[in-house]
Design a protein around this ligand. Sequence first.
Ligand SMILES: Nc1ncnc2c1ncn2[C@@H]1O[C@H](COP(=O)(O)OP(=O)(O)OP(=O)(O)O)[C@@H](O)[C@H]1O
Ligand SMILES: Cc1ncc(C[n+]2csc(CCO)c2C)c(N)n1
Length: 259
Amino acid sequence: MDVMIHSSSFLLPELPADQTSGAGPTYALVLLNQHLPRFTPLLWKHAQLRVCADGGANRLYDELPGLFPDEDASSVRNRYKPDMIKGDMDSIRAEVLEFYKNMGTKIVDASHDQDTTDLHKCVAFVRDFYADTETSTLCILVVGALGGRFDHEMGNINVLCRFSTIRIVLVSEDCLIQLLPSTHHHEIHIQSSIEGPHCGLIPIGTRSGSTTTTGLQWNLTNTEMRFGGLISTSNIVRGGIVTVQSSSDLLWTVSLKKS
Ligand SMILES: Nc1ncnc2c1ncn2[C@@H]1O[C@H](COP(=O)(O)OP(=O)(O)OP(=O)(O)O)[C@@H](O)[C@H]1O
Ligand SMILES: Cc1ncc(C[n+]2csc(CCO)c2C)c(N)n1
């Protein structure tokens, strides 16, 4: 089975040289309508496409200037122009919509679709935008996915499952969450300056018949995991590389260090 390599190098101030030369992932950033983490400007810099999901545009408008306390709010806003705002447009404020429309941001009202979330709509857009790009090189970073309403959080995690062939990372102030599809074996390269040591491996939707790991304090060896039984929470990363093999898709989560 092929090995999928994972690295959170998008949280480093500069991408490693092999990535800046075009060999690494193509990052897209999606901003949701929850508190934006402090490193949003860093992810913005690394991303080639930036999309706000509906009320995510309010967060960009309201919260980004606060991350640059020494600068004038309007000059910060003028520097961060999203490529697109997409969603059912029931949360974005009129003045925010007007501001970004005047800056040239593309606005897509998808209010006819009340069966998929704004994050789903944005991920589908990014996927289609990069339709000609090899899927394995695309990585969608999502900020504002956690905290607040639990139905929203579960909807956001469901997007990882619905688009399981695309690399998507939910990035909060405290942790990262991503899906490890069972179609691959996984090598997670830990950036110990920014992430760990706490981590978890969580089956989602169904039991995971057999999981084997290395590089954790409490490794699994052909172990079954299920809700109501064992799931691996409060585990600890021990080595620089964690490997995971599983018969079912799993969520991988790792804590982020408070710099
Ligand atoms: N409290 C929250 N916790 C986690 N994610 C959130 C939260 N609020 C919004 N989001 C995410 O941001 C996206 C855009 O938010 P927005 O408030 O514009 O959604 P919405 O269209 O009002 O959602 P809904 O109609 O389902 O209530 C949502 O699709 C969701 O992914
Ligand atoms: C069974 C079922 N439950 C909830 C919704 C509502 N819903 C789900 S996504 C969405 C859009 C949010 O921007 C809305 C309103 C539905 N359609 N079907």
